[in-house]
Design a protein around this ligand. Structure first.
Ligand SMILES: Cc1cc2nc3c(=O)[nH]c(=O)nc-3n(C[C@H](O)[C@H](O)[C@H](O)COP(=O)(O)OP(=O)(O)OC[C@H]3O[C@@H](n4cnc5c(N)ncnc54)[C@H](O)[C@@H]3O)c2cc1C
Length: 497
């Protein structure tokens, strides 16, 4: 899809500037007037004077350690927030079981062939941890099978359903500090032969129809979906022999930067399209992310073509630019040191978010994480060090991860304070909530009663802090449908208003 779009842009003669990281949206009053970037290779600041910007920087994946996004896709949501845009539904994400090296979703047949789930502690001792939880091992296998298409983590499927598998993986990785792997080479629980008829009817019927009531998980996978084995081989891992490391990973941000029906933010001339825009909500139908990206960018382009923001004069722009450049140069001078520690600081920030602010959310832990994040932001110029100009841009990645992380934490804490019910792809700890029998207290939660579905949480920067408010859901706009009026309006403004 992106290759086709790129070819089309080349055909239309659109200039593409590659190798730059956008670091600040330049504004005059509450409107866009340009963009400041850092050239990655040289570490030089480069500016663009422009009247409109469409941000398409992806979900803020970089805030998490456990994520299934491609490595370089970290997002830059803080850029819009620092420019005065609001975010909405920042609490709503999708988390799923995914392999971590290489990164890939382990949905579908990877689960339906019933692999062994193995955790390994720091001494190298292995545990088939599902058997600790399930008295009936065939129930465990039936849940693993269901995970194939009951995906991603869904709080509605915790009490009765396959999302308990995600919780058990989380418990191994985060609470017990073990690594978790899928092993396709042997059947689970030392079963020489699986008695398939003891599986749930759904799992048994499916595997029977797929002619896969035999052998080991890898033999079943080769029978049902050989390309799934090839896929990992093409990425350097042979799952016919090797363990596949997995975790409960961030997969999609359903919230993001708040936009109107033309995908414009509350900053004039600043648009957000694709995953960085908060256009989904608590749940998201599969496949809708790519469509939403195309719709949003088209709507933004249509609006700009009719009602674009005005370009400011060169003199005013120079004035704004020189102030911004001076501030960035001062920051870069402070962090230019004899040592490099950005990667380390990024890993620390990401681990904190995955452990405290991902699928499992405990208010006390999130408050502690926010406090630590704010301290890291305040100390950034003292602690961060970059020794090489070509790595200066990574400082901005770290800064974004911390600032966006603090916005997400503020939203999560506000949600825990004001609502607290579990919904979507996350679970809010509640001392008096329901407990899936056999799991520790951390997994207690109260199911959503639906009362908040008519409200949207917005997060914005005010006097240096992220604050949250709740607004009513906006009604779906109703279009004029009398032909003469639609035709006249089309001639006047292409129905873009
Ligand atoms: C494993 C996986 C499977 C998925 N499967 C599906 C699916 O089947 N169907 C579906 O609809 N969706 C799917 N999604 C979701 C979908 O792929 C994403 O939502 C979508 O690709 C986001 O596209 P985007 O263009 O908004 O952002 P991205 O594709 O993330 O692109 C953002 C770009 O912006 C660049 N960037 C970021 N910050 C800056 C900056 N400051 N300066 C310059 N450049 C910057 C990044 O380097 C990147 O190139 C999947 C996601 C994952 C992770």
């Amino acid at each position: 899809m992106t290759e086709a779009l790129q070819k089309n842009a080349a055909k239309l003669g659109i200039d593409v500037f590659s190798g730059f990281l956008a670091i600040e949206i330049l504004k005059t009053k509450n409107a866009v007037c340009g963009l400041l970037c850092i050239e990655k290779k040289s570490g030089e600041l480069v500016s663009f004077k422009c009247s409109d910007i469409i941000m398409a920087t992806g979900g803020p994946a970089g805030i998490y350690a456990d994520r299934v996004y491609p490595e370089c896709h970290t997002g830059t949501t803080s850029l819009a927030l620092l420019a005065g845009a609001k975010a909405q539904n920042l609490t709503e994400w999708q988390y799923c079981l995914a392999s971590v090296a290489p990164r890939w979703n382990v949905s579908g047949t990877y689960m339906q062939v019933l692999p062994r789930f193995v955790s390994v502690d720091e001494n190298g001792t292995e545990y088939e941890f599902l058997s600790e939880y399930f008295d009936n091992l065939y129930e465990a296998l039936s849940m693993v099978f269901l995970k194939g298409y009951q995906w991603p983590f869904d709080s509605k499927k915790v009490l009765e359903g396959s999302s308990v598998i995600d919780l058990l993986v989380y418990r191994e990785c985060v609470l017990r500090k073990r690594r978790v792997f899928l092993d396709f080479t042997k059947n689970p629980f030392n079963m020489d032969k699986i008695e398939y008829e003891k599986l749930s009817a759904e799992a048994y019927d499916y595997l029977k129809k797929a002619q896969a009531l035999f052998g080991t998980p890898i033999e079943r996978l080769i029978k049902m979906n050989e390309p799934a084995v090839e896929l990992y081989r093409s990425k350097g891992l042979d799952i016919t022999k090797d363990y596949l490391e997995i975790a409960l990973c961030a997969q999609h941000n359903n919230g993001g930067i708040a936009v109107d029906m033309w995908w414009q933010t509350c900053v004039k001339g600043l648009f957000a399209a694709g995953e960085c825009a908060g256009t989904h909500g608590v749940t998201r139908p599969g496949g809708s992310a790519l469509n939403a990206g195309q719709v949003g960018s088209l709507r933004a382009a249509q609006y700009i073509s009719q009602n674009g923001n005005t370009l400011i004069s060169d003199d005013t722009f120079e004035d704004i630019l020189s102030k911004a450049e001076k501030a960035h140069k001062e920051q870069l001078e402070k962090i230019s040191k004899a040592y490099d520690n950005i990667d380390e600081l990024i890993s620390k920030a990401q681990r904190r978010m995955s452990d405290n602010a991902a699928a499992i959310r405990n208010k006390a832990n999130m408050e502690k994480a926010l406090k630590e994040t704010l301290t890291d932001i305040a100390d950034l110029s003292k602690t961060a060090g970059v020794s090489d100009k070509s790595k200066l841009y990574t400082y901005y990645k770290l800064k974004d991860i911390l600032i966006t992380g603090s916005a997400v934490l503020a939203a999560l804490i506000d949600y825990a304070d004001t609502v607290g019910d579990t919904r979507g792809s996350s679970l809010y700890f509640d001392k008096i909530g329901k407990l899936r029998q056999g799991l520790e207290e951390i997994f207690r939660f109260t199911e959503e009663n639906g009362a908040t579905r008519s409200k949207v949480q917005e997060t914005y920067l005010s006097e240096g802090d992220f604050k949250c408010i709740w607004r009513n859901v906006r009604p779906i706009p109703s279009a004029e449908d009398f032909f003469e009026n639609v035709w006249r309006s089309y001639r006047e403004n292409r129905n873009i208003y």
